[in-house]
Ligand binder design. Structure first.
Ligand code: ADP
Length: 305
């Protein structure tokens, strides 16, 4: 209960700007990476007219045009359950050396810890419902504090914010640079959740589903190959307890009700980059890198490997 009352104070405080700054002062410090970096005149190949970014405000486009080392990376991934937030956020995290913080993982870690919140969380998560803003902000704050202590800077958030209140609290304490809204055809989302497998040892995310949507009524087909685990993970795969058909459908409903307004919130701030996934990782990853002006970064990493 002590945790809960501390959280409630934090969230209540965070709704008033001055108090929020006090409570989350560590957040502001921790989340202002590269603030001393000079901006660069980039020889960017970024195509601002590619349609993806037409509603993004100029400052955010400016961020994308900078060399990656000169950018702020305080990014948020939005998207329905099963869209692939974890997959793309973790790939970008590896590419940029910025921590990928998935609030779903924080919740699952807490669940597995048999701590005081464990049984309460289990019931909520296994029904596909959202954990309270208070609890989730407390878990996120602890994770950010631990990261700060290890010298982390920046973040790629996945699964947070999920309510407008969470988004307002976050925006009240730090300036999110970019919100990447991943979109995938609805027919594929349920199949992707049901096909998801996680390595119980390294946490790697894989998928056994082979999605082959035929072209119909003028809509193009879509093929998504499975994402198989590497041999060292193959015998350690587990399925998430909340990836059952009934619970996934409930999570999709909750996304529509609670998180779609978060898309609108960031759209109105001009921070939302809409990205329609054209297929599986093989087709989508290069296009996402292009949209984020990070193609050169991957070339550099491959050359160094
Ligand atoms: P999904 O595949 O549905 O995007 P996640 O792994 O992000 O799932 O989250 C799993 C569960 O953890 C959610 O269904 C919810 O119960 C809880 N959770 C994660 N992030 C949040 C959040 N920001 N606010 C409230 N609950 C959350």
């Amino acid at each position: 209960m002590a945790v809960l009352s501390r959280c409630s104070r934090a969230v209540t405080a965070a709704t008033t700007p001055n108090a929020a700054a006090a409570k989350f002062s560590y957040l502001i410090r921790a989340l202002s990476p590269f603030s001393s970096s000079s901006s660069s005149s980039s020889s960017s190949t970024f195509d601002a007219d590619n349609g993806l970014n037409s509603r993004i405000k100029p400052a955010v486009l400016g961020t994308l045009k900078r060399e990656p080392k000169d950018r702020n990376v305080q990014w948020v991934f939005l998207g329905c359950p099963g869209v692939g937030k974890g997959t793309y956020a973790s790939r970008l995290s590896d590419l940029l050396g910025i921590p990928h913080i998935a609030t779903g993982d924080l919740v699952r870690d807490e669940l597995a810890s048999s701590g005081p919140l464990s049984s309460q969380l289990k019931e909520i998560v296994n029904q596909g419902k959202l954990v309270s803003d208070e609890i989730i902000i407390d878990l996120l704050s602890k994770r950010l504090e631990a990261g700060e202590a290890k010298g982390e800077s920046g973040f790629i958030l996945d699964g947070f914010p999920r309510t407008v209140r969470q988004a307002e609290i976050l925006e009240g304490v730090t300036d999110i640079d970019l919100v990447i809204n991943l979109k995938l055809r609805e027919e594929a989302l349920l199949a992707k959740c049901l096909g998801r497998r996680i390595c119980s040892e390294c946490g790697g995310n894989y998928n056994v589903a082979c999605i082959d949507i035929k072209a119909e009524n003028g809509k193009p087909g879509m093929y998504m190959a499975p994402l198989p685990p590497p041999p060292q993970c193959a015998s350690k795969l587990i399925t998430r307890a909340d990836d059952t058909e009934e619970v996934v459908k409930q999570r999709l409903r909750i996304y529509q009700a609670m998180t779609l307004p978060v898309e609108d919130y960031y759209r109105s701030l001009g921070k939302l980059l809409e990205f329609d996934l054209p297929g599986g990782v093989r087709e989508s990853w290069p296009k996402l890198l292009h949209a984020l002006n990070l193609e050169d970064e991957e070339d550099k990493q491959s050359a160094a490997a």
